[in-house]
Design a protein around this ligand. Structure first.
Ligand SMILES: *Cc1c(COP(=O)(O)O)cnc(C)c1O
Length: 401
């Protein structure tokens, strides 16, 4: 393959690729663990982890081994037939989540769509909601993906504008406001769809008891609670799932990103039979959902998280990193917030936009991304060490000096 420089590659992407992203000016051509490299051989510390899809670190040897071994045996069958990997993955993920059943998809947005369909179908079949009247409660500043239905209940004009007409049936209430949820519930409410921490909104952590309160409201009103763990799940926040910080038992668990071990898109929905049992043959599906290659990768991705105690690591390293960030004490920094290794640094408006700082950090070897104009998210792979965090803190300190 021809070798191109970073500059040439960025120009080629700009010319031939649709401009639906605004990447930092760095080209990654190689990666291992928390480190990535550009075509010129410059090394960077990855502090984004592909939006938490690379929790296990880039190219984790066990996950790559599973990928290669499965690629040599069987990759795709479609669900027209059984295969010998999907049942094992379903069993493993059901046991991990403590739910009866799993529905496999590929991307996060597809899993969210699956949860929406589940709640609606459950509403009509089980709760007895009148045809086409189902309502799902969602939250301001939510991010659940990019499909036309999902952006229909986004409040971000950039994500939403000019994609109408929008899918009805969603009620948007303020995040972290149980009273607003209680007021929004009526006889047509079938579900509540929530992020345990709002990642894309800028690592917004709700008050203690918010999720527990949602669980209680859902139970009392015969409404399903669906938790979107696509970004917060799989040890990122210091627990296997973020809802476990509050000992909540959601009706529906939506998973994606790190479930694919940083290798493939793998997503899934977990729920008990009285909920996920509403689907019958033909009522939902995906050609690639449950494919043997994805299942082999995902099973190993889970093993790695558990056997390498990544939840514990995320908790420990997260506390260490967050304490270090707080100690920087720059007048430019308004707040440091987060849980585990999902950390948001909120800037004062007087400091100038976050992009300036993510660009400066990139120049010094740290890759992270701004979310909205004033927030920088730090979310390194969970395999990061204390020494590497120290190294990062030194650079971050310089940039904010
Ligand atoms: C990334 C993300 C999604 C969408 O996942 P895709 O794989 O990009 O479709 C949905 N919800 C949350 C909370 C996410 O972070």
């Amino acid at each position: 393959m021809a070798k191109y420089t970073s500059q040439e590659l960025m120009e080629m992407e700009h010319k031939y690729g649709a401009h639906n992203y605004h990447p930092l000016e760095v080209v990654i051509s190689k990666a291992e663990g928390i480190w990535v490299e550009d075509p010129e051989g410059r090394r960077y510390m990855d502090m984004l982890s592909a939006y938490s899809a690379v929790n296990q670190g880039h190219r984790h040897p066990r996950i790559i081994k599973a990928l290669k071994e499965q690629a040599d045996i069987l990759t795709l069958t479609s669900r027209a037939f059984f295969n010998d990997r999907w049942p094992l993955f379903a069993k493993k993920l059901a046991e991990l989540t403590g739910k009866d059943m799993i529905l496999p998809m590929n991307t996060g947005a597809e899993a969210v769509e699956t949860a929406i369909k589940t709640m609606r179908k459950w509403g009509y079949r089980v709760k007895g909601v009148e045809k086409d009247k189902a309502e799902i409660i969602v939250f301001e500043q939510n991010f659940h993906g990019r499909t036309t239905t999902i952006i229909s209940f986004s409040v971000d004009p950039v994500a939403k504008d000019d994609y109408g007409p929008y899918t009805p049936g969603f009620v948007v209430v303020p995040y972290d406001d149980l009273e607003a949820v209680e007021k929004a519930i009526n006889k047509n409410t079938v579900g509540i769809l929530v992020e345990p921490i709002q990642g894309e909104a800028g690592v917004v952590v709700p008050s203690d008891g918010f999720l527990k309160g949602l669980e209680k409201l859902a139970k009392e009103n015969n409404v399903l609670l669906a938790v979107d763990e696509i970004q917060t799940g799989f040890c990122r926040t210091g627990k296997l799932f973020a809802f476990q910080h509050e000992d909540v038992d959601p009706d529906i668990i939506i998973m994606g990103k790190a479930l694919g071990g940083g290798v493939m898109p793998v997503s899934a929905v977990a729920a008990n039979e009285d909920v996920l049992g509403v689907f019958e043959p033909g009522s939902h599906g995906s050609t690639f959902g449950g494919n043997p290659l994805a299942c082999a990768v995902a099973m190993t991705a889970i093993d790695v998280l558990l056997e390498e105690n990544m939840a514990e690591r995320a908790k420990e390293m997260g506390e260490y990193f967050m304490a270090g960030l707080k100690a920087i004490n720059s007048p430019k920094i308004k707040q440091v917030r987060g849980k585990g290794l999902l950390i948001g640094v909120v800037l004062h408006e007087s400091a100038g936009k976050a992009r300036k700082y993510t660009t400066a950090l990139k120049e010094k070897g740290i890759l992270c991304k701004e979310t909205h104009d004033w927030i920088i998210r730090f979310a390194p792979p969970l395999v990061i060490t204390k020494e590497e965090i120290d190294q990062a803190l030194e650079i971050i300190r310089e940039v904010f000096a």
